[in-house]
Design a protein around this ligand. Sequence first.
Ligand SMILES: Nc1ncnc2c1ncn2[C@@H]1O[C@H](COP(=O)(O)OP(=O)(O)OP(=O)(O)O)[C@@H](O)[C@H]1O
Ligand SMILES: [Mg+2]
Length: 505
Amino acid sequence: MQSAAASPLLQTFAITKTYPGVTALDGVDFELRSGEVHVLFGENGAGKSTLISILAGANQPSAGQIFYRGAPVTLHSVHDARDLGISAVFQEFSLIPQMTVEENLFLGAEHTRGGFVDRARIRREALSILDELGFALRPEQRVDRLTRAEQQMVEIAKAFRSELSVLILDEPTASLTSYETDHLFELIGQLTKRGVGIVYITHRMAEIRRIGDRITVLRDGRYIDTVEARSASEDDLVRLMTGRVIGGVFPTLDLPKPGAPVLEVRGLTTSDETVVDASVTVSAGEIVGMAGLVGSGKSELLQACFGAVPIASGSVRLKGQDVTGNSPRRNIRAGFLYLPADRRNEGLMMMRSVRENVALTALDILPFSNGHLLHRSAEAATVTALAEKLHLSPPRIERSVDQFSGGNQQKVMLARSLTRAYDLIVFDEPTVGVDVGTRASIYEFIVELARTGTAIILISSDLPEILNLTTRAYVFYRGRVQTELQADHLTEENVLAHFFERETA
Ligand SMILES: Nc1ncnc2c1ncn2[C@@H]1O[C@H](COP(=O)(O)OP(=O)(O)OP(=O)(O)O)[C@@H](O)[C@H]1O
Ligand SMILES: [Mg+2]
């Protein structure tokens, strides 16, 4: 018999999870060794998040067995899992917005002294966790005042409040800056040295290369293979994931000459000074990149133009008309759409159907409505066609959005830009959490829009995306436009040089 020390840290046998009409997992075997980073890889909807929610006790399997250090266990709740040292950071956050960072950190595990919550101890331990992780957060900050990246840090910090044996991370770097990502990876290195096993979900090849030891590939809820990260090529992984060979991810950029200016921003400063004195111009049929770190002001500038962030000074013109300070609703009617990165907080109504969510931006626009009367069938037909175009999986538009996988929720957001013609569409991090195959169709689709004369702005922290999909880019640093890079000058070296520049100048 195997000794406990030689058994894997965590193991599953034939885990199955069914929802009405969907088999999310179908007899999946998985093995996590102590001290390894084990990557879960697969298309949107493959079952990755479902598997880890079962490993973390948040979800119960319909059939199958979990073993912890060689012994069978049943995890009725996340508390059961945490008692074994298994902690997870999920794709969708579980923070209470009205509470502070420290209250969230110790929620359900408050230290008490003589029947009272021991605030001093909570503060002390919160500070020490945040310090160990190198996260620049204050324990007394309210969570709803934090950015998405900061909220993610709180989620990660939560996993560290007790002794860890298994840490599960579902696309943790999706909204972290490269500095924060480096820090997280350093931390993962320290944990694996101590024998902690890491289950890591990502769609990013570079991350797999950097920290992965082994990779398990899932497809349509089934186990496909487990391979060594060192020896598996990118092509191998994509083939295992999709069951087919996929050509280049980026389409060729054969765009006609740009037309008239659609968006003209002059000297814009936001009230909170997240953007200072920014001037940009975008013309019809162009794809213009906005590059820079998270928090550099690139998102905030377009949110301000759209009417979602107050403007202190400067002007915004849309097709020659002054639209400075106009509401998002007016801007949408005028042909300007901004698609946010944060689908849960800003974008989607999670309890409503795909159809309703997609139709939302188009409610007072034909063919969806005629005064007060909504054309239900026209709406359904349009949304069905869009779902097909973006490979929504499963393709059921009457299902509520919260029943779709993370990447498929992202597709629902994107489908909104297709319900009618716009003059200007801003895509804010459109491919975060989206698998390789779908990414290719999203890029294709963006280029197609530009070809028909739509002015496109692509806000992205992903450098390859900026380099391959835009003809011109502005690089932001600390709220200011550092530089504008044209065609030949749009190189990795040049963009990176302006990411951090002029700290001392
Ligand atoms: N609560 C639910 N009700 C019904 N179906 C669900 C529910 N949660 C997940 N599913 C389905 O289970 C399947 C697997 O979803 P899961 O979230 O595990 O995918 P994933 O691999 O994490 O994808 P992504 O990369 O997009 O995050 C999907 O088809 C999804 O629609
Ligand atoms: Mg997922």
